[in-house]
Design a protein around this ligand. Structure first.
Ligand SMILES: Nc1ncnc2c1ncn2[C@@H]1O[C@H](COP(=O)(O)OP(=O)(O)OP(=O)(O)O)[C@@H](O)[C@H]1O
Ligand code: SF4
Ligand SMILES: [Mg+2]
Length: 354
């Protein structure tokens, strides 16, 4: 199992202290939404990092920042150690050739009036130049084969509405692969698909990780699928990373009270949110986030220290970190106990995505 100390290579893509604050609409409003604050993240060749957290915790904002679809408020994105900020269209196009994004809704992201052939040809030509004739046919065949749409001639002239949700997502992945990317940013790639075909898409992404050694960011609400698929898992709460580590340890032995709540109480995030709100008030405002640890209004162990100062991500085991004062030696630190007793236990569902 991987961990930070044993990462074999330097990261392909790295975010350093990344923040994004969105202005709040309204005349003369100086308020901002603290969507992402001070996030560090590393993506390595042939590895998957899962970004997990409830709705509104900032996951998609991180993906959009990494894709450079918008500029960060502060912080840096590094590609192979160099500042990756794309200034101008040509630089952005080069960047997109290396860092591709896959979205939640393959229907929305594929143009309904174009065939698979058109969509993939366009992407191939953008990223690999003007392929024609045999060369183009061979490239189309290879792409469809890579995403396991076989026999490829059955799919190449289809329109999106003639394909199932899973097949559409495979086409969207093929379109991303046309660029020969080093990084795939997959924002909830299976959450809109029928449960029965989710595993197939995750297995395809696993295959791309292993055979093409692509670095993958896998965004999900579903921590069980993170355990199945991701080498490392990062848990976000209200715009900040609260826990990181190898997926097995984070999911089997969560350290941060929020991760414990996320994992042990219920696999269904909506249910989790409803129960946590019921038990401990609303999810925090991101316009005026709680001071100190943002989880403090919902945390059963919070002390004055938690309300006063932001806990840093500290090492809590080999390759593992958690941002909770309970693991510090500071005066006034909280005494951590059973989150389950505080929130009430729920049966854990073992099987991730089948
Ligand atoms: N363009 C924007 N303008 C203003 N606020 C935004 C914008 N995009 C996102 N936000 C806010 O930033 C916060 C984080 O949103 P984000 O979409 O990153 O969350 P998420 O973790 O992906 O949630 P979900 O699981 O529902 O997809 C939310 O409060 C959201 O309302
Ligand atoms: S104990 Fe304090 S620092 Fe730890 S999660 Fe709870 S509120 Fe945050
Ligand atoms: Mg999202």
């Amino acid at each position: 199992m991987s961990n930070e100390a044993h990462e074999p290579e330097s990261p392909v893509l790295q975010a350093v202290r990344l923040s994004k604050h969105f202005p709040v609409r309204g005349i003369r409003s100086k308020d901002v939404v603290h969507a992402v604050d001070d996030v560090d993240l590393e993506l390595h060749r042939g590895r998957v990092v899962a970004l997990v957290g409830e709705s509104g915790s900032g996951k998609s904002t991180i993906a959009r920042l990494l894709a450079q679809l918008m500029p960060p408020t502060s912080g840096t994105i590094l590609l192979h150690g160099s500042d990756a900020t794309a200034r101008g269209r040509r630089a952005f196009r080069r960047y997109v050739g290396r860092v591709q994004m896959i979205f939640q809704d393959p229907f929305g992201s594929l143009n309904p009036v174009h065939t698979v052939r058109y969509t993939l040809t366009r992407s191939l030509r953008i990223h690999r130049g003007r392929l024609r004739g045999h060369e183009l046919e061979a490239a189309l065949d290879e792409l469809l084969d890579r995403v396991q749409l076989r026999p490829t001639e059955r799919y190449v002239d289809k329109y999106p509405h003639e394909l199932s949700g899973g097949q559409r997502q495979r086409v969207a992945i093929a379109r991303a692969l046309a660029a020969n990317p080093e990084v795939l940013l997959a924002d909830e790639p299976i959450s809109m698909l029928d449960v029965s075909i989710r595993l197939g898409i995750l297995n395809l992404l696993k295959d791309l990780r292993d055979r093409l050694r692509i670095a993958i960011l896998y965004i999900t609400h579903d921590i069980a699928s993170a355990r199945y698929f991701a080498d490392r898992t990062m848990v976000m709460y209200a715009g900040r990373v609260v826990e990181t580590g190898d997926s097995e340890s984070v999911t089997q032995d969560p350290r941060h009270p929020y991760t414990q709540l996320l994992i042990r109480s219920a696999p269904d995030p909506d249910d989790l949110e409803a129960r946590a709100h019921g038990a401990r008030g609303e999810a925090p405002s991101l316009v005026r986030p709680p001071s100190g640890c943002r989880f403090n209004p919902r945390c059963p162990f919070a002390t004055d220290l938690c309300r006063a100062e932001v806990p840093p991500l500290e090492t809590v085991g080999e390759g593992r970190k958690a941002a909770c004062w309970g693991y510090s030696d500071r005066d006034g630190r909280p005494e951590l106990g059973s989150v389950l007793e505080a929130f009430g236990e729920r049966p854990t569902v073992e099987e991730p995505v089948a």
